[in-house]
Design a protein around this ligand. Structure first.
Ligand code: NAI
Length: 692
């Protein structure tokens, strides 16, 4: 049963019951229609209340049925909405917790709505690259006003029910028991005729032409790569300028057209990819989990501090361990400062500030952390230091504690073998700044136990991170691919580009930051050190010396005022550097390369296909579980443009045979060996298949 039916006194109560968020599955839709039929047929019943069981009114479409025949099966949401609106007895929506997308559209079609405070009200469709498709763009403006509706529909963000209390959306805000209040309200309006329909409300927006002109300008600037927000404006404008039925047609046309766009497909791929990433084929959802009530972090540096904040934000007490009091004080002060800035910006209440700061404590003694349920090591990236820490953890931590490392490149299996409990060891590779970045690569060691994996997956969800499982290899999924991308970027400099041209081309493609701006942020010295280690391990690796030359000039990036770019003191705006241009041009001469004009298309193809080819190896080797995991790593950790869906999805849209053909062309140039297609890529391309 996905919707239940009861009668209380003279009110029929239809309760959506499809956990976790009462998604509008086929069975739920059918349940509503059946309930309405029963209510209409029952002479005793004079009104209907519709609500949701558990922790939601309704979260909208049931994503489990997305793109399956059930999602189109009758009764469709449009039919349910028509049945509600045309019901001959008053229908009252009793809204609580969450009313989103189709769930909100359902409530908008009722004759009345009552709500409790604290409910999240939203039309999030734009985040999937579409417009609301069941009357949301026509009914919401009639109830909350054009401006509020437009903001909600264009942003997709949720608004608290109490903030909409003064509008026509809610006929009454209920304090205390929602159902008792809703039934009392239904009883009160039971005999009121005619039944009010939202479609009949006249919208008052006197200077709507100027208003929408302005809105279009603002939206087109903010959403350069997405068609959906502008279409949202068109639909809301239609609600003002057209009759209800015609406005509905405009909404329908836009909804159907947007559904076919690559951008919407990419956004939906990202949405489902994030959900898929949480599944590990051989670790079922019901794998028992270890309780995590407290955490410890070794090292209160850049990463340790940020990681600690994630735990405190989720209400989990966390202890930071350092070697020296000065380092500990510095780490704790940095955390406090970070929270103070949020407090100053008004994004944190004083109470939350006190709670969070209070949950983070420091110590110099491992004795204080021995009872923690999980410990995350974030000390220097040196195997010798990691070894000392893990031997110590093995000695002091209680049995069953999860021992994890934030290493970004070292061999997790080796780290696990420093302990007598390698089954309890796992990698948790957070990204910087760790309190902000969503991505965490979960590094599964050879001996990592299934319940340790299941526990960390659940924990990451709790601290609002996106976990993606990676096998053990140098750089894991993200950085191993990035190595190919940055090597290709440096070859482009040798052949004719300057850093600003490469960055501009890839930023135009949609990346948040090009490779050289990113290099300056991460530190030219840091990438130099990583490169040196890699070359020592793989002496045959082809790479450009250009980064080494920059390092030898002492230009480490933003940290010392100059790297690939120049910087004014206290300003992070990159300024193209004459000195660097000269250095690059001279280097081309020194290695006998005749510089040529390189197109933006070539830049983008070489950078993206370098990522794609390496990812194909990762899939073959089983380091990445699925192509969409690779996409999620790049979307959540590397600033890959969301509307392109990630490198693998993008390659699929280009066509893998086209990718291979382009690689063949680049193979005729310098470092041709770089472009040998990974066997999986070659095979899929030959078979006309895709990664996803
Ligand atoms: P950091 O140098 O800022 O911090 C390391 C901290 O560990 C220092 O405060 C140091 O005093 C402390 N420490 C060193 N040995 C210790 C020991 N035996 N016991 C207790 N504390 C000790 O380094 P960062 O950047 O925070 O990196 C830490 C780890 O995170 C490294 O493994 C690094 O590869 C990894 N990582 C770094 C990222 C970054 O962007 N900085 C990103 C992802 C991972």
């Amino acid at each position: 049963m996905s919707a239940t039916y009861e009668v209380e006194n003279r009110t029929a109560v239809i309760t959506l019951n499809n956990p976790p968020v009462n998604g509008l599955s086929h069975a739920t839709r059918a349940g509503i229609v059946d309930g309405l039929k029963m209510a209409m047929a029952d002479k005793i019943v004079n009104s209907v209340v519709i609500t949701g069981a558990g922790h939601a009114f309704s979260g909208g479409a049931d994503v489990r049925e997305f793109n399956t025949p059930k999602s189109f099966a009758e009764p469709t949401l449009h039919m349910v909405i028509a049945a509600l609106e045309d019901a001959q007895k008053p229908v009252v929506a009793a809204v609580h917790s969450t009313a989103m997308g189709g769930g909100l559209e359902l409530a908008l079609a009722c004759h009345y709505r009552v709500a409790t405070a604290g409910a999240q009200i939203a039309m999030p469709e734009v985040k999937l690259g579409i417009v609301p498709g069941a009357g949301g763009t026509q009914r919401l403006p009639r109830l909350v006003g054009v401006e509020t509706a437009l903001n909600m529909i264009v942003s997709g963000n949720s608004v608290l029910s109490e903030d909409l209390a003064g509008t026509r959306l809610f006929d009454q805000m209920i304090e205390g028991d929602l159902m008792a209040g809703a039934i009392a309200f239904a009883d009160k309006v039971a005999d009121v005729r005619p039944l009010p329909k939202v479609r009949d409300i006249k919208i008052d927006c006197p200077n709507y032409e100027t208003f929408f002109q302005q809105a279009r300008i603002t939206v087109s600037v903010q959403s350069a790569n997405f068609p959906a927000p502008e279409k949202c404006v068109d639909c809301v404008a239609a609600s003002v300028s057209m009759k209800f039925e015609d406005g509905m047609k405009v909404e329908r046309e836009n909804f159907l057209a947007l559904l076919q766009t690559t951008e919407s497909k990419a956004l939906r791929h990202a949405f489902f990819g994030e959900r898929a990433a949480g599944k590990i084929p051989d670790v079922p959802d019901d794998t028992p989990k270890r309780p995590i009530k407290s955490a410890a972090i070794i090292g209160a540096g850049t990463m340790g501090g940020g990681i600690a904040m994630n735990f405190a934000n989720a209400g989990i007490p966390v202890m930071l361990v350092e070697m020296k009091p000065e380092a500990l004080d510095k780490g704790l002060a940095a955390i406090r400062k970070n929270y103070e800035n949020t407090l100053k910006k008004g994004k944190l209440t004083q109470q939350k500030f006190d709670e969070r700061v209070g949950l983070i404590r420091g110590t110099l003694s491992y004795d204080d952390i021995k009872n923690a349920d999980i410990v995350i090591e974030a000390v220097f990236e040196e195997m010798g230091v990691k070894e000392k820490v893990f031997r110590k953890l093995d000695e002091v931590m209680k049995p069953g504690a999860i021992l994890s490392s934030n290493t970004s490149s070292l061999d997790l299996n080796k780290i696990a073998d420093f302990t007598k409990r390698p089954q309890d060891v796992i990698g948790l590779h957070f990204f910087s700044p760790a309190n902000v970045m969503k991505l965490v690569e979960i590094v599964r060691g050879e001996k990592t136990a299934n319940d340790v994996l299941a526990t960390t997956m659940a924990l990451l969800k709790k601290i609002k991170k996106t976990g993606v499982v990676s096998g053990v290899c140098d750089g894991f999924i993200g950085n191993r691919m990035l190595d190919m991308y940055t090597r290709q970027a440096a070859f482009l400099l040798e052949e004719g580009c300057l850093p600003e041209q490469v960055d501009k081309a890839i930023e135009k493609y949609g990346f948040a930051m090009g490779p050289f701006r990113m290099g300056d942020l991460a530190g030219v010295d840091v990438s130099w050190a990583i490169r040196k280690r890699r070359i020592a391990e793989r002496p045959d690796m082809e790479y450009s010396k250009i980064g080494d030359l920059l390092y030898e000039k002492g230009r480490y990036g933003q940290k010392n005022g100059g790297g690939w770019y120049d910087y004014k003191p206290g300003d992070r705006t990159p300024i193209p550097s004459l000195l660097v241009s000269e250095m690059i041009i001279n280097h081309s001469k020194d290695i006998g390369v005749e510089r040529r004009k390189i197109s933006d298309q070539e830049i983008v193809e070489r950078l993206i296909y370098a990522l794609v080819n390496e990812a194909a190896y990762l899939l073959e080797e089983g380091i990445a579980q699925r192509a969409s995991d690779v996409d999620i790593v790049y979307l959540t950790g590397y600033g890959f443009p969301r509307h392109r869906g990630g490198p693998m999805f993008y390659a699929d849209t280009v066509g893998l045979s086209n990718v291979v053909v382009a690689m063949g062309k680049y193979a005729l140039g310098r470092h041709g060996g770089f472009w040998k297609p990974a066997p999986l890529l070659a095979k899929l391309a030959a078979e006309g298949k895709t990664f996803n």
